[in-house]
Ligand binder design. Structure first.
Ligand SMILES: NC(=O)c1ccc[n+]([C@@H]2O[C@H](COP(=O)([O-])OP(=O)(O)OC[C@H]3O[C@@H](n4cnc5c(N)ncnc54)[C@H](O)[C@@H]3O)[C@@H](O)[C@H]2O)c1
Length: 263
């Protein structure tokens, strides 16, 4: 027997997969620029109330699409104050995107030239931020039995690129944090997933002399789809991961890299 389409289970799951985020509150770190900004605007475009948290907004043009707050995501007091402020204003945080990192400001160099101080700084900022932010937002998500946490790792954890040992090690840690935290939060209706972009030439990356035309060309040549990645290419997967339809997907690292890392 055929059942009518609007009573079928398939129909309902497709409905859940739509990405309207009206009523949801999203906190996006690193939203002043680059990928974080694109993800924040993408979430706002689907109806979410978005708060962007960054160290500085000085170079970022005003936008009505998100509230901008200053926060050092590697400082426990700053993170606690930021989350408390957002919850006071909007009553909740449903979606956390941990994008802020020491990334485009790093100069690739042989591992012998990375000082212990630099190693500690990169590892600290890049791994403490998703840890501290998650600790701060999870109590509210747990109480509501719904939450979405997205961490930005990097496709370099799959391709083993040389000369950024501190950065790649930090992003490997973010992938591990994602998988382990997913275990701790799954029973509370909170999913934790990571997005692993390939090389995306953001404004900051354009200003980094290490990313020459040759380096960019090599990155594109390694992709199955030979187009330069843009910040907008990360938005679709983020919107899917925060949707109700992705409620049974957790602990995953999703590469958005034009097919460089096939796994
Ligand atoms: N651009 C790429 O090619 C690429 C590739 C793979 C992964 N990623 C990852 O994607 C994310 C975004 O990359 P991007 O290129 O847009 O980065 P970006 O360097 O252009 O921007 C990072 C943002 O994070 C903010 N930030 C840094 N430290 C902070 C702190 N302590 N507190 C608050 N904010 C802080 C910066 O002010 C900046 O606005 C990063 O996690 C990065 O590692 C980027």
């Amino acid at each position: 027997m055929w059942s009518v389409i609007d009573q079928s289970p398939i129909f309902f799951s497709l409905t859940e997969a739509t990405m309207h985020l009206d009523g949801k509150v999203a906190l996006v770190t690193g939203a002043a620029t680059g990928i974080g900004e694109a993800l924040a605007l993408g979430l706002a475009g689907q109806g979410a109330t978005v708060v962007g948290a960054d160290l500085s907004w000085a170079k970022s043009p005003e936008t009505s699409e998100m509230l901008r707050v200053e926060c050092d995501v590697a400082d426990p007091d700053s993170v606690r104050a930021c989350v408390a402020d957002v919850e006071r204003r909007y009553g909740r945080i449903d979606i956390l995107v941990n994008d802020a990192a020491m990334s485009s400001n790093l100069t690739p160099k042989p591992f012998e030239e990375i000082s212990a101080k630099e190693w500690t700084q990169v590892l600290t900022v890049n791994t403490l931020s998703p840890f501290l932010m998650s600790q701060a937002v999870v109590p509210g998500m747990r109480a509501r039995k719904w939450g979405r946490i997205i961490n930005l790792t990097s496709a370099t954890i799959f391709t083993s690129q040389p000369s950024l040992l501190h950065y790649i090690s930090s992003k490997g840690a973010v992938a591990s944090l994602t998988r382990s935290l997913a275990h701790e939060l799954g029973a509370d209706g909170i999913t934790v997933n990571a997005i692993a972009p390939g090389l995306v030439m953001t404004d900051n990356m354009e200003n980094n002399e290490a990313y020459t035309a040759e380096v960019r060309g090599q990155a594109i040549a390694a992709q199955i789809i030979p187009n330069p990645l843009q910040t907008k290419d990360l938005v679709g997967v983020c919107l899917f991961l925060v949707s109700d339809g992705a409620g049974m997907m957790t602990g995953q690292v999703v590469a958005v890299d034009g097919g460089t890392a096939v796994h």
